[in-house]
Design a protein around this ligand. Structure first.
Ligand code: GDP
Ligand code: MG
Length: 283
């Protein structure tokens, strides 16, 4: 199922039929068998393709993914790092719109609609923010919160931007953006690379509120100081050296889109992979 996608010229041509866009969701996974069922079951029906990038999990992540969603695309990526995994996933994704989110249950796929809506209205790149009305986080420790605030402030200073949240990887964009962004990060700093390059390339960017939930089970793979340093290094590198292929072509201010969260509570418990795997054997 696809979504209506007016595209940049729609305003001047009212008689043209609205084309449809397909949506791919790219999810990097490292030992997320207990959390992935919740994520996949909350995927909206208009998502056409889910791409799981794995290769290093030692639990049943891939089997569980196939059991819960039969049409899942699995990309085998043996190299270490969230950035490597996302780049492989983007290359494999076929959708007109690409959404990236985590597999640990911290990002609710039910929010995808908020990310897609600005893309249907001429925006190119939509990033989630935990620090605007309607957003929030159950997952941020005070150290990560302070670090993120400092890095966001620094990025805004050098980019002359007004982002409210830098180190957050719930993002959606038109697939054409990949040609402009030329991603090369290997680790968690890919989130910074995406955001800095999107701003430098003059993409039309919107920020939407997002509620970051606690990881359902397991431990984070991020190391605050090591990865904070990598973010800083990436920011310095991209700000100083990177010239976008379309740099300055259409510089746009960041727009902030407001949504109100309905206070729905939903059960978030780890899924025992053994309760899911017989599904696959039965089919
Ligand atoms: N394929 C792959 N996925 C990874 C790797 N490192 C982290 N991830 C995934 O990236 C997402 C974010 O990682 P997480 O550990 O939750 O970091 P945090 O959210 O920043 O604390 C999760 O879905 C992880 O499973 C990796 O080396 N390879
Ligand atoms: Mg996480």
């Amino acid at each position: 199922m696809s979504i209506p996608y007016p595209g940049p010229n729609s305003l001047s041509n009212h008689n043209a039929p609205t084309p449809l866009a397909s949506v791919s969701v790219v999810i990097p996974t490292l030992n997320e068998a207990m959390n992935l069922p919740w994520v996949l079951r909350r995927m909206p029906s208009y998502v056409d393709e889910v791409v799981i990038v794995d290769g290093r999990s030692t639990d049943n992540t891939v089997k569980v993914a196939r059991a819960v969603r039969g049409d899942v695309v699995i990309v085998n990526e043996q190299r270490k790092g969230k950035g490597v995994a996302l780049r492989a996933g983007f290359a494999a994704a076929s959708g007109d719109i690409i959404v990236m989110l985590d597999a640990d249950g911290s990002m609710d796929p039910q929010e995808i609609g908020w990310f897609i809506s600005p893309l249907q209205h001429d925006f190119d790149f939509v990033k989630g923010s935990r620090h605007v009305t309607g957003g929030g986080s159950e997952d941020l420790t005070w150290l990560r919160r302070v670090g993120n605030q400092a890095l966001t402030g620094l990025a805004n200073m050098v980019l002359h931007s007004n982002y409210s949240d830098l180190c957050y990887g719930y993002i959606a964009f038109r697939r054409e953006c990949l040609e402009v962004l030329q991603l090369e990060s290997d680790g968690f700093e890919i989130e910074t690379e995406l955001i800095v390059k999107a701003a430098k390339a003059g993409l039309r960017i919107a920020e939407v509120p997002s509620l970051e939930l606690d990881r359902i089970s397991g431990a984070s793979n991020l190391q605050t100081f090591r990865d904070g340093w990598r973010v800083l290094r990436t920011m310095a590198h991209e700000c100083l050296l990177w010239e976008a292929p379309t740099a300055g072509a259409r510089p746009e201010m960041l727009r902030r889109v407001k949504y109100a969260y309905s206070t729905v509570s939903f059960p978030r418990t780890p899924t025992d992979p053994q309760s899911v795997l017989p599904l696959m054997n039965a089919s």
